[in-house]
Design a protein. Structure first.
Length: 155
C-alpha cells in the first residue's frame, strides 16, 4: 500500500484520502478523519516502534510524504499560511518550520507532526529557538493534518 499511496500520481491528487486509498461507503462517516499519511505512519510504528515520526525524514528511498504539503512555493501549507496573513516564506527553527504573522498581535505557527505532543523534544527545542529569535510572538503549534481540514484554526 505504501508504494501505491506514495506513487506520484496518487500523492499529487490526494491530499488526505480518496476512493483510491482509504475511502469507501462503509467508512463514509469517517472520511474527514482519514489520512493515508497518518495510516502509513501508524503502520510504520507498528512494524518498528523506533520509526522516526516527523515531517522531514525520508522513508527509506522515498521522500517523506508530508513534505509535499509543506515544502515549495505552491505547497498547500505555505499557500494557506499566506492566505491567512502569515509570511508565506517559512523560518527554520531547528528541524521545524514556522510562519510569522506580524501586526498588532504577533503570532508564530510552528508546524510539527500531527501525533506529537507539547512534550516532544524537537518541539521544545524549536519553541525555545523561536522564543529566543522572535521575542514577543505568541507561539502555537500547527500541523498539516488539521491545517487541511480546519484552516481557520490556524488564523
Amino acid at each position: 500500500l505504501a508504494a501505491q499511496w506514495q506513487d506520484p500520481g496518487h500523492e499529487s491528487q490526494c491530499d488526505s484520502s480518496c476512493n483510491a486509498c482509504l475511502r469507501d461507503y462503509i467508512n463514509l462517516s469517517y472520511h474527514s478523519l482519514l489520512d493515508w499519511r497518518l495510516a502509513l505512519d501508524m503502520a510504520h510504528l507498528l512494524a518498528n516502534p523506533q520509526h522516526p515520526l516527523d515531517l522531514q525524514t525520508p522513508w527509506g528511498s522515498r521522500t517523506n510524504p508530508w513534505q509535499r504539503l509543506m515544502q515549495g512555493s505552491q505547497a498547500p501549507i505555505p499557500t494557506l499560511m499566506g492566505q491567512l496573513g502569515y509570511n508565506k516564506t517559512a523560518v527554520q527553527l531547528g528541524s521545524l518550520t514556522g510562519y510569522l504573522k506580524q501586526g498588532r498581535s504577533k503570532k508564530m505557527r510552528i508546524f510539527r507532526h500531527p501525533l506529537w505532543t507539547d512534550e516532544h523534544p524537537t518541539w521544545l527545542e524549536s519553541t525555545a529557538a523561536a522564543e529566543n529569535s522572535y521575542p514577543g510572538y505568541k507561539i502555537s503549534p500547527g500541523d498539516p493534518f488539521l491545517g487541511l481540514r480546519r484552516p481557520g484554526d490556524l488564523a
